[in-house]
Write a protein that binds this ligand. Structure first.
Ligand code: ADP
Length: 254
């Protein structure tokens, strides 16, 4: 939005060219802003009625004992699709907010072991499947607790989605120099080396068909990266096909 070309000392022709370019940049920036507002408004408008539909579907499934098997199956598919679409809308909303610099962070010094443990407890992951190891139990860092929750849930959900159900996921808290390090390691299918550099791009998925069956949106990791960077952290990934993936989030200790 602030891109401008400055050529005050240049010959007239160059100044005119710079002016024309600046006009173009302003138009592109306006169009971009309109598109962002459109995505944000539409996501917001669609999310409310869809949440209502999802609520009705779920309460019918819970309360109605007289449903035939095909009816129940149909409602379950509708509820799962509503759920997936609500998540996609939430992701789009977050993306539009992040893009416009409207994502707010409430940073506070927090004990990381307790934060991670609380998130894991709240999500009711089975402790056999998602294991937690705190090598540096007294580490604290300046984070936004809700955003950290969003980051961890995204990484753990991916680890669960892209690995077999008998493979444990390890969440590890440790110290690396002046950084607090939270890692999520899975023993799943891994990510091909050629795709690793694109994994944090919006809508990127390693294997379209495979991802579709898992109901992902392709937005999760790009939002995770935006959130981590918004907390002054950084995120990286190492992966080997057939051996699994290791996502590492760093937060500055001081
Ligand atoms: P999605 O909603 O599709 O999971 P993400 O942005 O979270 O979107 O991830 C992008 C793509 O990266 C996924 O579609 C998947 O192909 C790949 N991916 C993410 N996490 C993992 C993982 N732990 N193991 C293997 N592949 C992964």
């Amino acid at each position: 939005a602030n891109a401008r070309l400055e050529f005050d000392q240049a010959p007239t022709e160059v100044q005119e060219l710079a002016q024309a370019c600046n006009l173009m940049l302003t138009r592109i920036s306006d169009a971009w802003g309109q598109q962002r507002r459109f995505v944000s408004d539409v996501s917001h408008e669609l999310r409310t009625p869809l949440t209502l539909v999802q609520g009705y579907l779920q309460s019918t499934l819970r309360r109605c004992n007289s449903l035939s098997e095909p009816q129940r199956e149909g409602l379950e598919i509708a509820a799962a699709e509503a759920d997936r679409t609500i998540r996609l809308l939430q992701d789009l909303l977050d993306m539009a907010r992040a893009d416009g610099g409207h994502l707010r962070f409430n940073l506070e010094q927090a004990p990381l072991k307790q934060e991670v443990q609380d998130i894991l407890d709240m999500c009711h992951y089975s402790s056999d499947r998602v294991q937690f190891q705190a090598d540096a139990p007294s580490l604290t860092a300046r984070i936004d607790r809700n955003r950290l929750k969003q980051v961890l849930i995204n990484l753990i959900d991916n680890a669960l989605k892209y690995s077999d159900s008998d493979q444990p996921i390890l969440v590890r808290l440790s110290r690396a120099g002046e950084w607090a390090q939270i890692q999520v390691r899975d023993r799943g299918r891994g990510i091909p080396p050629t795709d690793l550099s694109q994994i944090f791009e919006p809508f990127f998925r390693v294997d379209e068909d495979r991802s579709r069956t898992t109901g992902g949106t392709g937005l999760g990791l790009s939002i995770v990266k935006t959130l981590v960077e918004g907390m002054n952290g950084k995120i990286s990934v190492q992966s080997k096909v057939g051996d699994g993936s290791l996502f590492t989030v760093h937060f500055p200790i001081k």
